[in-house]
Write a protein that binds this ligand. Structure first.
Ligand code: NAI
Length: 805
C-alpha cells in the first residue's frame, strides 16, 4: 500500500466503483424480464419471444427483453392512436406541465438511470451521470416550454399524429429524450423502439411516465431488433418516422416509406472532420481530440474521427496526442476513474477490429498506447492512424469506435476540400485562435453542426442533424419542432392515384373540355422552337427530338425539346457550378435580381397574358390575373431573400450558437402542370431566393410559358446556371433527377406515383425531397407563399462559438 506522499508523487489511481445495487434491485423487481410498455403497462410479447440484454463490460446477463412482433407493433400503434386526440386537446399548458413533470422525475431518479445506462451500454458512469442524464432532463424542460408556446409560435400548426421513433444504442436515453420530448410537446403520441442492445433505460422511462401521471398510451416503448423496427416503419397507422442510426438502415427506411405520405426525419452516420489550424491552442486541441473521439468509446455519430492538421504543426500535435493517449484509462463502465468504457456488443468490436486491420493493410500507420487493454469484456484501446490517404477506407467509412485518423493540409482551401471529401455531413470542429479564419471556414464546411474551438457539445436549444448522407431534419431548437407538426401547406396522407390531381386551376378547368397531348416527332427547325436553358445559354436537346405544343384550339403553338439524361447531367453540372457563387452573393443582391425579374415580367405582362390565353384558352381577364399573381409572387420571394434569417440559440454555456439557414445546394424542381406560369415561378423562385440553384422541369403541356422566361432571366441579371430549364417528359426527367447523386434536394408537384418514385429514388444519396403525393395545391392562394417553401429550401447549420477572455 503506497503512502499518501508516494501517491501524490506518482498520481496513480485506484478503482472508484459506483455501486450497482439500486439498478440491480430495480431489475430484480421485474424478475429481470420485461414485456413491451404499451398503453401504460408492461405486456408480454405475442407470440412470446425473448432475447437477453447483457453488460458489455462483464458479459453478465442483465434481463430478458421482449422481441416485438407485427402484432405488438399494431397494439402499440393503436394505443398511441387512441391517446393522441385527447393528448393534443389537453392544450399547450397542460402538456407543458406533463413534460416538466417528466423532467423532474428523470432528475429524481438520475443516478438509477445513469447506473442502468452504464451497465447496459458499457459507457463510463462519469459520462452517463454528468452528460447523458442531465441533457435528458434539460431536453424535457426545454420542450415543456415549447409545449407552452406552441399556439403562439406555431400558429395554425397541428400535430403530425402518431410518431414511430427508432433509436440506436450509443446514447439510449438521450436519443429517447431527443425524440420523445419534441413529439409530445407538439401534441403527438409516440411508439419508440430502442436498440436491441440497450432497451433498459427506455423501459425504466416507461415506468417513470406512469409514475409521473402521463396519460396511458402517450408514450409506448416497444422493444426488439431490426424486424420490429421494420414493422413499425411499415405500419399504416404511423404518421411519421423519426430514425437515428446507420445510413444503410436510414436508406432502407427512405425506400420503405416512399409514397406513403409518412413524414420522415433521418439522423445518420458521419465522418466528421476535426480541423486544426497552425495558430490553434494545441493543449486545448489535444483535450478536444479526447472529447471528439474517445468520448463514448468513439461510438458517436458526430465523433471527430478525421483530424485534419495544418502541416506545420502536425508533428507537434501527434507527439502531444500520443503523450495524452498514454494517460487514458480503459475499463469497467462503473469505475468512476475510467475515460473509456466497453464497446457495446461483440459485433461492434469485430467491426472496429476489421476496419483497423483494413487500415493497416492499406498502408496507414497505427499507434496505440503502450499499456495493455483489459481483455475480459469488450474493450478496445484508443488508436491513432497517421500516413492516411484521403481515399483510404478508414478515412471514408464510419468506424464507430475509439479510432481516429490524422491527415494534413497546407492552406485553408485545402482544409475545406478535405473536410468536405466525405459522403457525410453531420458535424465538424474548427480549431484556430483567429476568429476571422474560423468563421470563414465554418459556412464552407458541409455539416449540420460546426463547433469552433470545442467539440461534441449539445443542447436542447440547438438543432442537430445532417447534410448529405448524414440525413435530414433537425432535433432540438425551434428548427427541430417543424418535424413534429403539420402546417396548412404540406400535403400529407397516403398516396393517391394519378387521377387524384384535382383540375382546380384556371387553365386546367378551361382546357379540360379539349384535352391536348404532346406528341413526339423528329426535330423540325422552326423559329418558334425554344431550346433547353442550361448554364444561362440555350442548348439543343441531346436527343435530337422535340415535341409539338398545341394551343387551345389544337393548332401548333411551337415545339420544345425533349430533354434526356444527358441534358439533365449538363443542367446539374451547371447548377452545381454556379451554386457556391449564388449562395455567397449577398441576400440583398439576390433580392435585387428577383425584384428586377418582377419588374421585367410586369413590363411584358400583356405578352405573357396573351400567351396564356392562346395556349390554355383562358379568358383575357383570367390570363391577366395569372400574370399579375406571378408578378406579385416574384416580389414575395424577392422580399424574403434578405429576411429569412437565422437565430442565436440560448445554449447554457459560455458561447453563442448561431443557427444559420443555408441553402440546400443544387435543387431539382419539378413544377406543377398548371397554372404553367405562376406554378413555374412560384415553385422555382423560393428555392432561388435563398441561394439554391435550380434545375426546373416545367409543365409538360405548357412549357412555352417557362421557356418564354429565358429572356426575362437574361435581362434581369439572373446569373447563368442559377435557373436551368429542361423541357420534356416530366416524370421521366423527374426520375433521372431523383436518382442523380449531384442533386442535393428535390421538389416535385405531380402524381401520387411520381411522388412515390421520387422519394424512393432519392434514397441513393439521401437527398431531401418534398413531394405533393398527387394532391394539387392552389397556386393562387396565400398558402402558396407560405414560409414552408423557405423551410424546405434551407437547412439549419448551428455554429457554436465559445467565448471568455
Ligand atoms: P442500425 O442502424 O442497424 O440500428 C439502429 C436502430 O435501427 C436499432 O434500433 C435497430 O434495431 C433498428 N433497425 C435495424 N434495422 C432496421 C430496419 N430494417 N428497419 C427499421 N429499424 C431497423 O445500427 P447498428 O447495426 O446498431 O450499427 C451499425 C453501424 O451503424 C455502426 O457500426 C455505426 O457505424 C452505425 N451507427 C450509427 C449511429 C448514429 O447515430 N449515426 C448509431 C448506431 C449505429
Amino acid at each position: 500500500m503506497p503512502s499518501i506522499p508516494e501517491l501524490f508523487e506518482d498520481m496513480s489511481w485506484g478503482p472508484a466503483p459506483e455501486a450497482p445495487g439500486r439498478a440491480n434491485a430495480w431489475l430484480d423487481s421485474h424478475a429481470r424480464k420485461f414485456g413491451h410498455f404499451i398503453g401504460g403497462r408492461f405486456r408480454a410479447p405475442a407470440p412470446e419471444e425473448w432475447f437477453d440484454s447483457t453488460n458489455p463490460a462483464s458479459g453478465e446477463r442483465l434481463a430478458s427483453i421482449a422481441q416485438g412482433s407485427a402484432a405488438d407493433v399494431d397494439a402499440a400503434v393503436r394505443a398511441a392512436r387512441g391517446a393522441q386526440p385527447a393528448w393534443f386537446a389537453l392544450g399547450g399548458h397542460a402538456r407543458a406541465r406533463h413534460l416538466y413533470s417528466l423532467a423532474r422525475h428523470v432528475q429524481k431518479q438520475s443516478r438509477l438511470f445513469a447506473v442502468l445506462e452504464s451497465l447496459d451500454n458499457g459507457k463510463p458512469i462519469r459520462e452517463s451521470r454528468d452528460i447523458d442524464i442531465p441533457l435528458v432532463a434539460r431536453h424535457f424542460y426545454h420542450h415543456a416550454g415549447w409545449a407552452q408556446l406552441m399556439e403562439h409560435e406555431f400558429p395554425g400548426a397541428v400535430p403530425v399524429g402518431v410518431v414511430g421513433q427508432i433509436i440506436p444504442w450509443n446514447f439510449p436515453l438521450l436519443m429517447l429524450a431527443w425524440k420523445i420530448a419534441p413529439a409530445l410537446a407538439m401534441g403527438n403520441t409516440v411508439v419508440l423502439k430502442p436498440a436491441e442492445f440497450t432497451s433498459l433505460t427506455a423501459l425504466l422511462f416507461g415506468e417513470i411516465c406512469r409514475e409521473a401521471g402521463l396519460p396511458d398510451g402517450v408514450v409506448n416503448i416497444l422493444t426488439g431488433d431490426g424486424r420490429t423496427g421494420a414493422a413499425l416503419v411499415a405500419h399504416a397507422g404511423v404518421d411519421k418516422i423519426a430514425f437515428t442510426g446507420s445510413t444503410e438502415v436510414g436508406r432502407a427506411i427512405r425506400v420503405a416509406t416512399a409514397g406513403s405520405g409518412k413524414k420522415l426525419s433521418l439522423e445518420l452516420g458521419g465522418k466528421s472532420p476535426f480541423v486544426v489550424f497552425d495558430d490553434a491552442d494545441l493543449d486545448s486541441v489535444v483535450e478536444g481530440v479526447v472529447d471528439a473521439i474517445w468520448f463514448n468509446q468513439g461510438q458517436v455519430c458526430c465523433a471527430g474521427s478525421r483530424i485534419l492538421a495544418q502541416e506545420s504543426i502536425a508533428e507537434k500535435l501527434v507527439t502531444r496526442l500520443k503523450a495524452r493517449m498514454e494517460t487514458l484509462r480503459v475499463g469497467d463502465s462503473l469505475d468512476k476513474a475510467v475515460d473509456i468504457g466497453a464497446i457495446v456488443a461483440p459485433v461492434q468490436l469485430e467491426r472496429i477490429e476489421s476496419l483497423v486491420a483494413k487500415g493497416r493493410e492499406e498502408g496507414a500507420t497505427l499507434w496505440q498506447p503502450s499499456w495493455s487493454c483489459p481483455t475480459d469484456g469488450l474493450f478496445y484501446p484508443p488508436s491513432l492512424f497517421t500516413d492516411v490517404h484521403p481515399a483510404a477506407t478508414i478515412a471514408q467509412v464510419e468506424i464507430f469506435g475509439p479510432v481516429v485518423v490524422l491527415m494534413t493540409f497546407r492552406t485553408p482551401d485545402e482544409a475545406v476540400e478535405l473536410a468536405n471529401n466525405t459522403r457525410y455531413g453531420l458535424a465538424a470542429s474548427i480549431w484556430s485562435e483567429n476568429i476571422n479564419l474560423a468563421l470563414d471556414i465554418a459556412p464552407r464546411v458541409k455539416a449540420g453542426t460546426v463547433w469552433i474551438n470545442c467539440t461534441n457539445v449539445f443542447d436542447a436549444a440547438s438543432g442537430f442533424g445532417g447534410y448529405r448522407e448524414s440525413g435530414f431534419g433537425r432535433e432540438g431548437g425551434k428548427e427541430g419542432l417543424w418535424e413534429y407538426v403539420k402546417t396548412g401547406g404540406r400535403a400529407d396522407g397516403p398516396t393517391g392515384s394519378d387521377d387524384d390531381i384535382a383540375p382546380d386551376t384556371t387553365a386546367e378547368r378551361l382546357t379540360a373540355r379539349r384535352p391536348v397531348s404532346p406528341s413526339a416527332r423528329p426535330v423540325v427547325e422552326v423559329d418558334r422552337t425554344p431550346k433547353l436553358y442550361i448554364g444561362g445559354k440555350q442548348a439543343r436537346p441531346d436527343s435530337g427530338y422535340s415535341m409539338t405544343i398545341l394551343d387551345a384550339r389544337g393548332g401548333e403553338a411551337g415545339l420544345v425539346g425533349i430533354g434526356n439524361r444527358k441534358d439533365i447531367r449538363n443542367a446539374v453540372e451547371a447548377a452545381q457550378k454556379s451554386q457556391p457563387g449564388w449562395a455567397q452573393a449577398t441576400a440583398h443582391l439576390r433580392a435585387q435580381v428577383l425584384y428586377y425579374l418582377g419588374e421585367n415580367l410586369s413590363a411584358r405582362a400583356g405578352e405573357f397574358a396573351e400567351r396564356i390565353r392562346s395556349l390554355a384558352g383562358a379568358p383575357p381577364e383570367m390570363a391577366a390575373a395569372e400574370v399579375e399573381a406571378a408578378v406579385s409572387r416574384v416580389f414575395t420571394w424577392a422580399a424574403w431573400a434578405d429576411k429569412w434569417e437565422g437565430a442565436v440559440h440560448l445554449t447554457p454555456f459560455r458561447n453563442v450558437t448561431l443557427a444559420m439557414k443555408e441553402p440546400i445546394g443544387a435543387m431539382a424542381v419539378v413544377c406543377p402542370e398548371t397554372p404553367a406560369l405562376l406554378g413555374f415561378l412560384g415553385a422555382v423562385l423560393p428555392a432561388v431566393a435563398v441561394g439554391n440553384t435550380v434545375i426546373a422541369i416545367p409543365s409538360e403541356r405548357w412549357p412555352l410559358l417557362a421557356t418564354d422566361c429565358y429572356q426575362l432571366f437574361d435581362t434581369s441579371d439572373v446569373p447563368g446556371g442559377v435557373i436551368n430549364i429542361v423541357t420534356g417528359k416530366r416524370d421521366e426527367l423527374a426520375g433521372v433527377l431523383a436518382a442523380h447523386d449531384d442533386v442535393d434536394g428535390m421538389w416535385y408537384w405531380g402524381s401520387g406515383d411520381g411522388s412515390a418514385a421520387v422519394e424512393k429514388l432519392s434514397a441513393g444519396n439521401m437527398k431531401r425531397s418534398w413531394v405533393n403525393y398527387g394532391k394539387d395545391r392552389d397556386w393562387h392562394a396565400a398558402a402558396a407563399e407560405s414560409e414552408e417553401f423557405l423551410r424546405e429550401a434551407t437547412q439549419v447549420k448551428n455554429i457554436w462559438i465559445p467565448y471568455g477572455a
